[in-house]
Design a protein around this ligand. Structure first.
Ligand SMILES: Cc1ncc(COP(=O)(O)O)c(C=O)c1O
Length: 361
């Protein structure tokens, strides 16, 4: 059996007629930058999430930059985040000259451990940036309470979690600004790079709209130092088609995850844990095994692709040497990064494939 990890080709075939029509509509109009489809997608994202403002942008990375720029994050400001994430989370903080302050993760959810945040707050702390890893929001109730107590902003890196729910709300409603990524392999992906920022705050929304077009207030008048951060019309048209099917895709992902969890029961590994007040959109289905490299090599031989998200926590990355962290500083992140392995996950994994994967595992 040969299994596809994200099965993007299958998804394209499934929605081909609608997607091709949407692409051709853009080609016919040739409105490649900020065409009508951009606003249409943003309105549909607002409707889906219940958030007041959805603003598309060039990637999940640029979404984080836009969020921090809108919140006036400056050099030497400190932002508390997790070391167990994709580099973009902390890279964008550093890119703005601010300092990522890492806090270890919870051993069950792999998200930032809210009980360890308060100890890291200093006079320089401006914001907390939780990541909704693998598709599940962090403990946002506890995080928001800490932010309120110390007057800090909350930016949710929801690159992996678009559509997930925490305490009855879509994740895009969490924090002051929530972001997402439409990278192709994300649960809601485009055919290139794309992303979005979400906020219920009118002023932040206006500022982010301006920042994404070079801080422009009107044509060739620039109020802020901004960036070229637009998502192009074609990508918006594609995401808009996929958004129409997203609820169904999420239900299928949920089903696939449920089946994995069921057949993995009583096996000698640790399956994912989803908190009672949260849902996951299963960007990844990741389990812990002790002999990961052997497991990965064996599965590969059997035609089963796997991935490791992520093999090295950010505090041990060469790029962050200047922060002065060393091995042992975040033991839970280090432990999980040695054991975690992601299994094929997409809405279309069949029962036979699940049995084959788990059998071999
Ligand atoms: C947690 C996290 N943050 C940020 C990003 C960046 O998103 P993008 O690849 O769209 O720039 C990703 C994407 O992989 C991610 O997983």
């Amino acid at each position: 059996m040969k299994i596809d990890f994200a099965n993007l080709q299958y998804q394209y075939q499934l929605y081909k007629t609608e997607i091709d029509e949407a692409i051709h509509a853009v080609l016919d109009k040739s409105n490649y930058i900020m065409g009508d489809e951009v606003r249409t997608l943003e309105e549909n994202l607002q409707h889906f999430t219940g958030v007041k403002h959805a603003i598309t942008c060039s990637s999940g990375t640029d979404a984080l930059l836009l969020a921090m720029m809108a919140l006036d994050i400056k050099p030497d400001d400190e932002i508390i985040t997790t070391p167990f994430t994709f580099i973009a989370t902390a890279e964008t903080i550093a890119f703005l000259g601010a300092k990522p302050i890492f806090v270890d993760i919870d051993e069950k959810t792999y998200n930032i451990d809210a009980s360890k945040i308060e100890a890291k707050i200093t006079e320089k702390t401006k914001a907390i940036m939780p990541v909704s890893l693998y598709g599940q929001p962090a403990d946002m109730e506890a995080i928001q309470a800490i932010a309120d107590k110390y007057n800090l902003k909350v930016i949710v890196d929801g690159a992996q979690s678009f559509g997930s729910i925490f305490n009855g709300k879509r994740d895009s409603n969490l924090g002051d600004i929530s972001t997402t990524s439409f990278f192709p392999a994300k649960p809601l992906g485009c055919f290139g790079d794309g992303g979005a920022v979400f906020t219920n705050d009118d002023d932040l929304a206006e500022k982010m709209k301006s920042l994404r077009v070079h801080g422009q207030s009107k044509r060739y008048h620039h109020q802020y130092i901004g960036m070229g951060g637009r998502m192009d019309t074609m990508q918006c048209a594609i995401v808009d088609v996929k958004l129409k099917h997203y609820e169904k895709d999420l239900a299928l992902r949920q089903e696939v995850a449920g089946k994995y969890t069921k057949v993995l029961k009583d096996k000698d590994l640790i399956p994912p844990f989803i908190a009672e007040n949260a849902t996951s959109v299963w960007a990844q289905y990741s389990v812990r095994v002790q002999n990961r490299d052997d497991v990965q090599a064996y599965l590969k031989e059997q035609g089963i692709p796997t991935a490791v998200h992520y093999p090295m926590p950010l505090h041990l990355q060469e790029a962050f040497t200047y922060l002065g962290y060393t091995k042992g500083d975040f033991p839970v992140s280090e432990l999980i990064s040695n054991e975690i392995i992601s299994l094929p996950m997409n809405p279309y994994v069949t029962d036979d494939e699940i049995n084959y994967i788990v059998g071999n595992l």
